[in-house]
Design a protein around this ligand. Structure first.
Ligand code: DC
Length: 231
């Protein structure tokens, strides 16, 4: 891939596999834009909750989506999520939203809108998108596709630590159960279930440090931009 526009890098995988941290740091190293598509689903879920819109009310959902703006900006080097201009970075990561976002992300109208936003954001390349369906649905022709996996225990440990930094204290069992339920839901839903794209490269992060994960993806990306596998 020698296009001057920069690569489209798709990072998909199970919850807690390290997608967000890896995507953010890979984007930084390559000077690319980072798009956290899970945060977009979470922001829409938060707005639906605030507005009292049920997942079954298709007309209201359509209306809400047409009047919603989700964007991202950097604050002190960290990615922040804005919903209609207001910073909702912390609100979208509560256990309540983590539960509610499941049914919201299964709604085909929500998916259709968000996929359109994501394609629009990524179409010019030089971008790292992370989610569940980036390599299969959003950008099936992405230049580099990564599928991240890790053992449940390792993922729960990381997720718990990350939640503690935000003042949320759940037991390991609670975190493991919630992750497992999310995996099931993401993998078995009707629309755009979590799947490894046939041409995605698996990165198992169970025993990798964040630095290792980032190096691995950056190395794969650099190989492609210097005349590697695809043209
Ligand atoms: O990555 P995350 O935990 O922030 O994702 C939140 C939810 O959104 C999760 O239940 C899966 C869903 N999601 C999705 O369906 N498609 C994406 N591209 C990204 C996330």
């Amino acid at each position: 891939m020698n296009s001057p526009r920069g690569l489209i890098i798709a990072i998909d995988g199970v919850a807690g596999s390290g997608k967000s941290t890896t995507a953010k740091l890979v984007a930084k190293r390559l000077g690319y834009m980072h798009i956290d598509t899970g945060a977009m689903y979470r922001a829409v879920a938060l707005k639906m909750l605030r507005c009292g819109v049920e997942v079954t009310d298709s007309d209201k959902i359509e209306d809400l989506l047409h009047n919603t703006l989700v964007s991202q900006k950097e604050v002190d080097g960290l990615p922040h999520v804005l919903l209609d201009g207001a910073d909702v970075t912390d609100e979208i990561r509560t256990p309540e939203i983590s539960l509610w976002v499941g049914p919201v992300s299964e709604n085909p109208r929500v998916r259709k809108h968000l996929v359109r936003w994501q394609r629009d954001l990524g179409k010019n390349g030089a971008v790292v998108l992370e989610g569940r369906d980036i390599g299969t649905v959003v950008f099936p022709d992405a230049d580099l596709k990564i599928y991240m996996v890790a053992d449940l225990k390792a993922r729960a440990k990381r997720r718990r630590k990350e939640m503690l930094t935000r003042g949320i204290d759940q037991s390991m069992t609670e975190v493991e159960t919630a992750l497992q339920a999310r995996d099931e839901r993401d993998s078995n839903r009707e629309h755009s279930p979590l799947r490894k794209a046939s041409d995605a490269i698996i990165v198992d992060t169970t025993d990798l440090t964040i630095g290792d994960q980032v190096d691995k993806v950056v190395e794969l990306a650099r190989k492609m931009t210097t005349g590697g596998a695809r043209s």
